[in-house]
Design a protein around this ligand. Sequence first.
Ligand code: ATP
Ligand code: MG
Length: 623
Amino acid sequence: MVMTSQEIRRKFIGYFKSRGHKEIPSASLLPEHDPTALFTAAGMHPLVPYLMGENHPAGKRLCNIQKCLRTDDIDEVGDRTHNTFFEMLGYWSLGDYWKKESIKMSWEFFTEIMGLDPRKISVTVFKGDKNIPGDSESAEIWEKEIGLPKNKIYFLPMKENFWGPVGQTGPCGPCTEIFYETDLPKCGEKCNPSCGCGKYIEIGNNVFMEYEKKLKVHKAENRKVIKSKIGEDQELYEYEYVALKQKNVDVGLGFERLVMVKQGKSNVFGTDLFQPIIDRIKSLEIENSGLSEEQKNKSEKIIADHLRAASFVMGDDRGVGPSNVDQGYVVRKLIRRAIRYGRILGISGIFTFKVAEVVIENYKSAYPELERNKDFIVEQLVKEEEKFGETLKRGLKEFENLKSKIENLASKTISGMEAFNLYQTYGFPIEMIRELAEENGLKVDEEEFEKEFGKHRELSRTASGGKFKGGLADAKEETVKLHTAAHLLLESLRRVLGDHIYQKGSNITAERLRFDFSHPKKLTDGEKQKIEDLVNEQIRKKLPVNCEEMNLEEAKKLGATGVFESKYGEKVKVYTIGEGDNVFSREICGGPHVQNTSELGEFKIKKEQSSSAGVRRIKAILR
Ligand code: ATP
Ligand code: MG
């Protein structure tokens, strides 16, 4: 008998509960307390404050199944193992047990509870680099305690087997990843878990947070100098790794992949998590589409993946429908790409909601919120498809015209203007334009597209004012203002107290702003006054607030502060307050923000106190 996915969920939770872990619910797919990321990308993501030392009300051993979404993996969808949305089985020790217990539990769960073949398991461990020793402790546990043959233990560098920190400084440590062998042949003599050929699939990762990456020497240079050396920010700092007092273990197992190997399938779409969805799509296709099996399979997988992901984002209790901003834009891209692949398969009429209904049916016992929000999901899909179905047809025609024109050009490149026209007039997301171009052997001038896009955004923002706030659930005007105030506050803290200041957390309600930052001692009344004055000065200067999207490297080059964690993988948004010579602050942030600091009123610090060791907390209001 094949073990169902629901049974695997139950066994996972059952086993870790029997080992003293408390089950905590999946957090929302849309992060509540982290404005720097659009989606929850890992089980540990909502737990960051507790991994940083805050006490978790449920104790020191936790487990759960977390809804995750990684837009970075969209392009991988269709391979054997990557999904946009996926579930992560997670378990944690917050300063409780350590490497041995954790590795033993992962092993026992996979081989005894799940009954996977131990001979097919290999692992990777951190081999060390010039600043940090290799993780021989884990290697020894795998070899001596578990009995894994030496040739199944691979030593890999920092890039592969070291996690964190989530930012410039903070908790981090080596990890040991667990791989399962598939039936594919080895890609060559050097085939190994990190070669990426598909022979080995990563089914889990144990992260051992045992170090704190700290600022070591701050080469004294004032802020002005740093600013004039844009791009060299990093070199002004030196870091060191010191042992953490509270050591944590963070383990994440890939649910879809586990179900895949447990059910003996060659890819995640063959599991009972996807089969009913794929079947529904097949039932909608026309029979003689003339497509190859490969083309059909790829299209079916993309539709299944994208509509499952979109349903989960819309079906979250903090969920959002398709729009042009933030999470809503991701939903829009997912739905539109699914629609295009639907047309390729020859599906006629409005169909996305029919697929979503199967997603909801298949998942509602594990995620009742999907059923609760079913009407919203269906309604949004129908609306989006009505809107896009027609323009898609016309846009594709326009694309064909372009193609016949461009094919004869030496550059074979769609200009930024032409691409922008496809976006603007026909609603084609840039990724779709890129994909169409690739399929037809063409290129797109994306740089010029971005410029056009930027120009247009400025115009439409001035025209439509408040619309910009669309994407967030809690976008009351007051919280938006306090979001912007938080940026002013962070920069003011840095200018008054120094560059050692990093944001350690923030929590904003319509009434007040709570802001945690790294600083060793209580602020004096004079310092508080200076900070308050500096913030209010920026408000009086009526500085514009502008947003640009870019990749992490570009953001760093501009000297933007914020959470630099590429693992979460979003293209980042950078909010700049002020312009020209008058730039006051530049931060990576999800927004939303006011358009001009003059909207804020007056900033007032109500309280300054200790939050935890080395971290201070400010409560402030606008009035
Ligand atoms: P990969 O290298 O395969 O992309 P990863 O290193 O990004 O995986 P982690 O960030 O360590 O993965 O996440 C923990 C586990 O979650 C992985 O071991 C894997 O089983 C699973 N996982 C990661 N990304 C995906 C995805 N896009 N779809 C399905 N499962 C995933
Ligand atoms: Mg990955």
